[in-house]
Design a protein around this ligand. Structure first.
Ligand SMILES: [Zn+2]
Length: 188
């Protein structure tokens, strides 16, 4: 599956922040573009430019070579975008989100929740009992929350994530790693 451009931009934004896309666009289709040229094209300060490049490098979305400037004696870095990495990163981000949602759903299912009638805070069952069903903030009575809608929303997002992961070639219904699964069991 070819990743649509819009999705590529989403991934870049998640990795490198809001200026990531315009930065990448300035050298996307060329190899070994100097960091100074990138800064010039984007209008970002050289430090801001490097900062974004390092974030992308940390995610392995760009590579660099460096050459010594013979006159000044320092190194200049030349950057290349690695479009093939986008898919793996996208899968990683989706898996991470999926794990988070599965843990959240697990928490929702593991307890009842109570909400202050003045809406100060939300407590789980044990906490609500500790506070005698009274809001520790304002003293109002805590009411049991109906979390069905919330759970349904989480479940729907989980389903969509699993579907889009399988479109990206990730097999299996629950591409969740064993480590996280055992962590979840231990926690509750
Ligand atoms: Zn309250």
């Amino acid at each position: 599956m070819k990743i649509p451009n819009k999705l590529v931009d989403d991934v870049i934004t998640q990795i490198a922040g809001e200026h990531g896309v315009s930065l990448v666009n300035s050298f996307k289709n060329k190899k070994n573009t100097s960091e100074f040229l990138i800064a010039e094209k984007t209008g970002f300060e050289i430090n801001a430019t490097r900062n974004i490049l390092y974030k992308l490098y940390h995610a392995n979305m760009v590579s660099f070579t460096r050459k010594k400037d013979k006159q000044k004696g320092w190194y200049i870095y030349y950057w290349t975008f690695k479009p093939k990495r986008v898919k793996d990163i996208l899968i990683g981000l989706k898996k991470k989100r999926l794990e988070k949602l599965q843990e959240q759903l697990h928490r929702e299912n593991a307890s009842f929740f109570f909400r202050c009638s003045a809406n100060c805070m939300r407590l789980n069952f044990d906490q609500a009992v500790d506070f005698n069903y009274k809001c520790p903030e304002c003293g109002s009575l805590m009411e049991q929350e109906n979390s069905d809608a919330k759970k349904a929303q989480i479940e729907q997002e989980i389903e969509e994530l699993i579907k889009s992961l399988s479109m990206l070639g990730v097999k299996g219904k629950e591409p969740i790693n064993v480590k996280t699964a055992s962590k979840m069991v231990k926690k509750h």
